[in-house]
Design a protein around this ligand. Structure first.
Ligand code: DER
Length: 212
């Protein structure tokens, strides 16, 4: 099956997990682009919060009820894509430069469902790791990170500078901690297994739905 067919399949599988009355976090990217119509078709009574202006516009255009994050402290479910997924549930996200808001939504969700085509399956995480950096002191932060290149994209909706870290990843927990501890770094794209509850991965002609 084509990669687009795989994206559609995992997105449609995830859409079935959403029920009336739910508060739903919507991720960002081309796999989520298939989730939105699959959700809209179900005409559910749900309220959604998007993780990017792109998702917000696409969801609103489909008639999904999207609103601000506001004072929400819990989503019933959030559904999002990933750039890399390991067998034990480590993710790299941020290919679409939305990982900061995506990680906040993931951390706010009772259930965080990752939807990925088979090209995202990796044995171990590898560079690049997307990062969002504060503009204040940017050159200093870049020097302290090392091995980081600015990405040629606009600032994030929160004014952050998007870049990619190319340092070696021997242990994702160690790399995540190094990135986290670097002053000036707002958020990085390594999502630990604790953050996700479900991974729906396309394989061959079907999907594999793993709960972590
Ligand atoms: O930017 C992001 O975090 C996206 O969710 C990315 O990880 C997946 O994007 P894709 O569905 O277009 O591959």
């Amino acid at each position: 099956d084509s990669q687009e067919g795989e994206k559609r399949r995992v997105a449609e599988a995830a859409a079935l997990l959403v029920e009336d009355g739910m508060l739903v976090g919507l991720g960002t990217g081309s796999t989520v682009a298939y989730l939105l119509p699959a959700l809209a078709r179900r005409q559910l009574d749900i309220r959604c919060v998007s993780t990017s202006p792109q998702t917000e516009a696409a969801a609103a255009a489909l008639g999904l009820a999207v609103g601000p994050f506001g004072s929400i402290v819990r989503f019933d479910i959030a559904i999002d894509g990933a750039d890399q997924v390991t067998p034990d549930g480590w993710l790299v996200k941020g290919g679409g430069a939305a990982h900061t808001r995506e990680k906040i939504v993931a951390a706010t969700s009772d259930r965080f469902v990752v939807i990925a085509d088979s090209s995202k399956a990796v044995d171990v995480l590898r560079a690049p790791i997307p990062v969002e950096l504060l503009a204040f002191g940017l050159d200093s932060t870049l020097r302290r990170l090392g091995s980081t290149r600015l990405r040629d994209v606009p600032p994030s909706p929160d004014g952050g500078v998007i870049a990619d870290f190319f340092g070696a990843i021997d242990d994702p927990a160690v790399t995540a901690r190094f990135l986290r501890d670097t002053a000036g770094l707002v958020e990085h794209g390594i999502f630990p297994p604790e953050l996700s509850t479900d991974i729906i991965l396309a394989t061959g002609s079907g999907v594999v739905h793993r709960t972590l």
